[in-house]
Design a protein around this ligand. Sequence first.
Ligand code: ADP
Ligand code: ZN
Ligand code: ZN
Length: 755
Amino acid sequence: MAEYANIIVDISHDKLDKTFIYRIPEALADRVGVGVQVYIPFGNRKIRGYVVELTDRAEYDTTKIKEILGIVGRSIPIESRLIALAGWMRRNYGGTMNQALKTVLPVREKKKRVQKKTVCLALDGVEAKNQLGVYQRKHNTARARLLEALIAQQELGWEVITGKLNVSSSVISAMEQAGVVRVLTRVCYRNPVGNLPAEEYSLVLNPSQQAVVDAVVRDYDAGVRRTYLLKGVTGSGKTEVYMELIAHVISAGKQAIVLIPEIALTYQTVMRFYRRFSDRVSILNSKMSAGERYDQFLRAKNGEIDIIIGPRSALFTPFENLGLIIIDEEHETSYKSGSVPRYHARETAVERAAMEDASVVLGSATPSLESYYRAGNGVYCLLELTERVKKKPLPVCTVTDLRSELASGNRSILGRRLAALLEDRLKRGEQAMLFLNRRGMAGFVSCRACGHVIKCPHCDVSLSQHGGCGPDTGRMVCHYCGHTEAVPAVCPVCGSKYIGGFKAGTQKIEQVLRAQFPGAGVLRMDFDTTRSREGYEQILSAFANREADILIGTQMIVKGHDFPNVTLVGVLAADLSLHVSDFHAAERTFQLLTQAAGRAGRGDLPGEVVIQTYQPEHYAVVHAANQNYEGFYGEEIIYREMVGYPPVSNMLAVQVFSREEESGFALADRLAAEVKEKFIKPEEKGAGGTIPLQLMGPAPATIGRINDIFRFVFYVKCAKYDKLVQIKDLLEEEMQKRQSADELVQFDFNPMNTM
Ligand code: ADP
Ligand code: ZN
Ligand code: ZN
């Protein structure tokens, strides 16, 4: 039992850094926990506060610490539950309690609230008509104009009257004094969706969709809360299923959170929800100001909305009666936070749902290995939609072997089949998307003649070539264990001299297309052309309006939008994501290829897909071409089992940041040694069979230096997550003792990328 509690007295962003320590009286010991609201003496008043942390350490004169007076009420307000969630996040992902609190609690509004002024009619219909006659006879044209407009519409915005109707504010005041109109001032929450009317909703679910809905609803009504994995091919109608489930929990007086990756949070998607649920829906996105976001949280807390749609952070919307959390495209890496606490929205959603008696639905055409693994173990409940709505066929997919293209003298980025199909689509006036599945810095080294890729002999991931200058230039490095070796002059397998770093860019492809198809309209979408969200939407809608024939882009183009006229999708080089030095590489490639293929043939015309690659026999390519998730999963999980990567095991990345290269590496080395000493028992070290705990590294991080801060990383793998939490606690304590301003250690549990 902890002796003390750290307590915050005011839930506002600014004050989160200030907690006060209080002693826990014995009588309350078993009831005081993180998130509990308590009464405390403060000055000579008695006020309320929230327990944010329990501790045995008091860095303060213990004789002066006062006691908690009591516990507030029995009902647990939403703040308490979010604080408890923050406590769980801190424990499971590392960082400080303040960092966790700042993640889950809404940022308080600082600016004055926007007020909306409107004018409405103060007379009844007959009186108003009489008054209008009076104004007209007196030639009070401005007054007549306003009154006439109000008779038609009851209420008008101040700006409309002074602007469009050209009626001055003095005229309005005079009419107000005469008792003809009333001026209203209302606090106006910034509603990002605008006021659009809900349309009549008439879609009927097909039998497979209905079966999924029934399964969840049956559990829900019986009081059973679970996490469901809805695996449904692209276009199988998952979004309609979500909406039906949401309608059900709302009818039970509950609220729903819908997480969608930001990139897929397009106007089209939002409008589907809006059409069905009207202004009971709101959205969050990263482009909103802190004030706008806070407004949405306030609307949720006040019960003005039932549904929030947004990226990762929408998970912390303070609904009082949360019934359902939906995570669409649950395999997306954007659900993992890039800053401390590095939480995963999926796990955190499952935890929040458990705390608040809600269900979770995870949806994807290509579930993450983690989720499918858990579904296989019965942790999640698997539900499936195996066909596209209205039995629209999935596109036909062919694979082009770029090695044989090279062998027969074609050195272009476009293989012969893709070029021929493009030509054909241009002739028919149909559209095509060309997709460059580049991820991060693809620095792998491969042979263009035989497709061989150089891998780390210890970790079975591709080695990365170092660019730039410095002693490592021209060498290849493993970002898990630090192994390095020189780039070979010829391919170690076939002896070809076509071996080297693999590069391709969207701009280059645009040039090639313009040269080869001079008449075609080409749009390009990448980080250069889409700095702003508007740029992104603009390009997508220009393409949707058929202002161009071909859209080239990175993975940005595979999400969110439906393009019914697209009948050809080309993946230019599947290898770009296949050989990133990361154990997720095959999984990401399979997902990207499958999602890209799902873009073709969404309209009435059937679609075709061409995947170009130097490794047509790779299982990620083969199964993506056949749209065979189970086939892919079966092979990938064996690899993860063999090498002990998640989801079969758990993995903790320990990142060390330092101003000095040498001392940074020394620190990483020392921490790793300490983990080894305390957690790997000597008798287990050399034992055969499964090693309970395994250490990799330390090594310089993928980006070894940013802003003159050197970065090192080591990894610990262990089947038991709790053991990794213990290691984190030990290292956090260690770093606290060191108290160094030049060094920092951060943790990433089950990292989504190589550090
Ligand atoms: P997913 O989310 O699985 O990709 P969507 O829910 O977006 O699938 O559905 C794909 C398309 O099919 C959408 O245009 C949607 O409006 C339509 N659709 C979905 N369910 C039905 C249905 N039961 N009847 C008719 N159209 C449907
Ligand atoms: Zn070769
Ligand atoms: Zn290695």
